[in-house]
Write a protein that binds this ligand. Structure first.
Ligand SMILES: [Zn+2]
Length: 309
């Protein structure tokens, strides 16, 4: 039933045991990039894919919780003496887990995986726009494993399969490629301490470069989810009330809508500055994305120093 390739034989044995335990569902620290229909998938049908809803499948981070996270992060950085440290260059090992169906659906090619890593390197280096920040993070493919399991393919038993297959430490980016109602879901770095065994990002397999997800098949969903994994919120976090938290980044103007498409000139809040529709942490089309801001780059470096270095 569960066919495996690569280095996962032991995991299959463990799964057989774990499946009988019905472990309690942990509260999952996630943030998503959600296509339309993730709340009403049955009625939305095939047309659901490709749009972007304002709904979010994540444990909502309230303004109060956000403040607590920021304070805790500042405390950690002070204790580490790293508050002012700017990450010069960090190489992130990437483990890609292909969660295909038994019939091979979702079995992306090695070339697609290489191209996905290249997109991560391009986007985090700021090479898509002169306005983009070079974050200093680079990505190296450290391993690929492939599973042919119908349940895992549709993201069932996700806590189990992540625990069984995750590799590396806090600094390793694990990417699970699955089929689900989202483009992607990510864990945050400040939750690594309590949930490190499921740390990483889940990405819709058809969003990889060359995939079939119209408007979202240039591989930049993985960039968006990795942004969360490095500690970024959406640019529309907190709506127009930046003073109550916002996205914790000063150079992304207040924004009250999750962007769909690429509406040049969109300005959803009265405060100064157009919406960051080209920012990887919005919900725009892949072709519209071209940048992280300098403030986001700094935040990622700080989060890295606090939780992943
Ligand atoms: Zn997101």
């Amino acid at each position: 039933m569960t066919r495996l390739r690569g280095a996962a034989t032991a995991a299959a044995v463990v799964l057989t045991l774990a499946a009988t335990l019905a472990p309690a569902q942990a509260a999952e620290p996630v943030a998503d990039r959600a296509p339309t229909g993730c709340v009403q998938p049955a009625s939305a049908g095939a047309a659901a894919k490709g749009g972007r809803a304002e709904v979010q499948d994540h444990r909502d981070v309230s303004a109060a919780e956000q403040r607590a996270i920021e304070e805790r992060t500042a405390d950690i950085l002070r204790a580490k003496g790293a508050a002012a440290s700017r990450t010069a260059s960090v190489s992130v090992p990437v483990y890609v887990h292909v969660m295909a169906a038994a019939d091979g659906t979702g079995d992306v090619t090695d070339k697609q995986i290489r191209d996905q890593i290249a997109v991560l390197n391009t986007t985090f280096a700021g090479r898509e726009s002169s306005a983009a920040a070079d974050t200093g993070f680079t990505f190296t493919l450290a391993g690929v494993d492939r599973f042919y399991n119908d349940k895992w393919h549709i993201d069932q038993q996700s806590n189990q399969y992540r625990r069984l297959t995750r590799q590396g430490g806090a600094d390793a980016l694990n990417i699970w490629l699955v089929e689900f109602a989202y483009l992607g879901i990510a864990t945050f770095p400040w939750d690594y301490g309590s949930s490190g065994d499921i740390d990483g990002i889940r990405v819709l397999w058809s969003s990889l470069p060359g995939g079939t997800e119209t408007n979202y098949n240039l591989g930049e969903t993985a960039t968006h989810e990795a942004g969360h994994w490095f500690g970024l919120f959406h640019v529309f976090q907190g709506g127009c009330k930046e003073s109550q938290g916002g996205d914790g980044v000063a150079d992304t103007p207040a924004q009250s809508v999750a962007t769909n498409g690429c509406p040049e000139g969109q300005d959803s809040c009265p405060s100064e500055g157009l919406d960051s529709i080209h920012n990887y942490m919005d919900y725009s089309y892949d072709s519209c994305y071209n940048q992280f801001s300098l403030g986001q780059s700094t935040r990622m470096s700080e989060m890295w120093a606090a939780y992943r270095a």
